[in-house]
Design a protein around this ligand. Structure first.
Ligand code: WTA
Length: 664
């Protein structure tokens, strides 16, 4: 949508950009504090990325850093062999860190579990042995449909150990979403759990998992079920091919499984994410490039040291949790905190209580959470000693300068740098952000591209825009953490990410440009402000949702003829789902119908996609060629002045929809 240009420029004028310097104390101890790194990486590209690979232990060394002979199918660290589980576990156990805490887990009720590297090593080995016993072979995709319990990272590392890529499906997703992903990935194995706690109540997760399993077309060989709820469980009997996690570990107690030597380019995992069509995309990440990049960015941007207690308050069901709860931090051998619950249960001090309790050094969260903290007030963080904090980070959506400053002041006490990290499921790790010990921070602006990352802001023709103007973000050189393709769909990979700005007939890598589908603006000093998605993706509380996916869920509800969904601004969630629905003749447009629509969306995707508002309309605003004018619907959702309606086939409908929206 070219319309985002105008908004971007407006914002650029309105936002008076202040700069904040990192404290001398922070800089002095930072993993990276010399600005020369930018030039060094540029001069020595792609060789610079050996610094990332050097953070890992390789079973056999790679021959080339980058093979760019067949763009956009880049290969990194070719010929190298390694194992991700070995790098996250064994080498720390062998190097004298076996008693260091790897995971500090806290349940919603305050129950805790502590895993040293030795503990994690033992359980990952036992579970790897169990998976093999169940028939999992190298390259089989194992689906993990689990909430924030320690068995999730253990299962991930067990899969990595035997070279079976995992595909984690966010526990809040519906049964249908699970089935879609298992079908798409040809996955015949599932690890799940009986349930988990949300705001004090146990949730029946196995019921959803079972329903999902029933929808797997190719059948399922085996499922493993973790008993999280104990006596609070829902009493499901396990099915014939379902196994209890604890029984399996008992059976394999003491077993050790040699880590499989994986090629650098072998798949480590698949992660499904939303795109423009109704079908989620299976993003493929590899062992060598991804892990190097996750480790390097954890080192360079999150400033993680072994001795730290580090907490990323995301869910492992999303890429942020993969890279920055599990792989990056564990590769570096630090202590990573995992929390099962929500930030406001049993009270709004919960996160700050944990920061104090565990003396957290580094805290990484999403702007949606920060906006909620801001709304609740400063009294909650003020009750706790947060002085252990050294660095703060945000990810997932643009952060407005007000929320940034609130975070900086009330959580970081104006002592901790804040890194605003732009990246995507597809990029594997951070791409645009300040290095906290090097650059000044400008609230609202993510910062310059990381060393070695070549990002630009261009116009529709691919020409770089002038400083201060809005355009489209592109990445002009490959990077180790990049997705390699969409699972079994090279064609869609090219269409979705490359076609827009590349000469797709060329085999010169300089002619290939990655398009992340974000709008952005760049300042004279090279700092990039991200303006948000320019495709049909909505970002609700930092969760990517495709409008097409939601629309097809709504159209699946009986009595619905057509639907259009847009993202409207929301002061906590960032964006919320607004649905405009045309019903079939004779269908009552009442609350019962609205409830069924909301339920339909929850069933197809999950509660995160629940529409904030459902508005019935006899027609949708359409161009003469029949395209729905989403921009107008967005303006209505946001209560904004309406733009041009003259190109519409049915301009009168816009006023009618607006009247209805105003009346609600
Ligand atoms: C948005 C999450 C502004 C962006 C890691 C991107 C951001 C999408 C930022 C990817 C940020 C992520 N500032 N926008 N710091 N970080 N985004 O795949 O629109 O869930 O394209 O990955 O989130 O979302 P995803």
């Amino acid at each position: 949508m070219v319309e985002s240009d105008g908004d971007g420029e407006l914002e650029a004028r309105l936002v008076e950009q202040e700069e904040f310097e990192p404290s001398a104390e922070f800089v002095e101890q930072a993993n990276i504090s010399d600005p020369k790194i930018y030039d060094e990486f540029e001069e020595n590209w792609p060789g610079c990325w050996e610094q990332a690979a050097a953070l890992l232990d390789w079973d056999s060394p790679y021959e080339d850093v980058l093979d760019d002979s067949n763009p956009p199918f880049y290969k990194w660290f070719t010929g190298g062999k390694l194992n991700a589980s070995y790098n996250c576990l064994d080498r720390h156990v062998e190097n004298g860190d076996k008693n260091r805490v790897a995971i500090k887990w806290e349940g919603e009720h305050g129950d805790t579990r502590t895993y040293t590297y030795q503990d994690l090593y033992r359980e990952a080995n036992e579970f790897a042995a169990a998976l093999r016993d169940l028939g999992v072979e190298e390259d089989d995709v194992v689906t993990l449909y689990m909430p924030m319990i320690p068995e999730l990272p253990i299962a991930m590392l067990a899969c990595a150990r035997i070279g079976a890529p995992h595909s984690v499906v966010f526990a809040g997703f519906s049964a249908e979403a699970l089935a879609t992903r298992m079908n798409s990935a040809d996955s015949r194995f599932l690890v799940t759990c009986d349930g988990y706690y949300r705001r004090g109540d146990p949730l029946d997760h196995l019921d959803k998992a079972n329903e999902g399993l029933d929808g797997v077309d190719h059948g399922v060989d085996a499922a493993v079920v973790v008993d999280r709820l104990g006596d609070d469980g829902f009493g499901h009997d396990l099915r014939g091919n379902q196994h209890d996690w604890d029984d399996l570990l008992d059976e394999h107690s003491g077993d050790r499984v040699d880590p499989v030597q994986r090629d650098a380019e072998d798949m480590l995992f698949l992660m499904y994410t939303s795109g423009t069509t109704g079908q989620p995309k299976g993003v493929k990440h590899t062992t060598g490039g991804y892990l190097s990049y996750a480790a390097w960015t954890s080192h360079a941007v999150l400033d993680i040291e072994k001795e730290d207690t580090y907490w990323c308050a995301a869910d492992i069901g999303w890429i942020t949790g993969h890279s920055y709860i599990v792989y990056g931090p564990l590769a570096l051998g630090t202590t990573t905190v995992m929390y099962e619950g929500t930030p406001d249960y049993p009270n709004r001090s919960r996160l700050w209580e944990l920061v104090e309790k565990y003396s957290v050094d580094i805290f990484y969260t999403a702007p949606t959470a920060i906006r909620a903290f801001m709304k609740w007030g400063t009294q909650f963080p003020e009750r706790h000693d947060l002085s252990s904090l050294r660095l703060l980070g945000t990810v997932g959506e643009p952060i407005n300068p007000r929320a940034w400053k609130w975070y900086y002041k009330h959580i970081g006490d104006e002592e901790c740098p804040v890194v605003d990290t732009w990246w995507q499921t597809e990029t594997g790790g951070m791409m645009i952000t300040t290095l906290p010990g090097v650059g000044n921070m400008k609230p609202g602006s993510a910062g310059p591209p990381l060393p070695g990352v070549d990002a630009k802001v261009v116009d529709t023709g691919g020409e770089e825009v002038e400083a201060g103007r809005a355009g489209y973000l592109t990445v002009n050189k490959p990077w180790p953490g990049m997705l390699r393709t969409l699972y079994k769909n090279d064609e869609r990979f090219i269409d979705e990410y490359w076609r827009e700005y590349s000469d797709t007939d060329s085999d010169d890598p300089d002619d290939w440009v990655y398009f992340p589908e974000d709008g952005a603006k760049i300042d004279g000093d090279g700092y990039i402000t991200i303006l948000g998605r320019v495709d049909d993706v909505i970002n609700v509380s930092g969760h990517r949702l495709g409008t097409m996916e939601i629309e097809s869920a709504i159209v699946g509800v009986e009595g619905v003829a057509e639907a259009a969904v847009v993202g409207g601004k929301h002061d906590v969630k960032g964006e919320a789902v607004y649905a405009y629905v045309i019903t079939e003749e004779g269908q009552a447009e009442d609350d019962e119908m609205r409830d069924r629509i909301v339920q339909g969306v929850e069933d197809a995707i999950g509660p995160i996609a629940r529409p904030e508002q459902v508005l019935f309309t006899p027609e949708l605003p359409k161009t003469r060629s029949g395209k729905i004018m989403r921009r107008l619907l967005e303006e209505i959702a946001n209560g904004e002045e309406l733009g041009d309606t003259t190109t519409l086939r049915n301009p009168e409908i816009v006023e009618e929809i607006q009247r209805k929206a105003d009346a609600r």
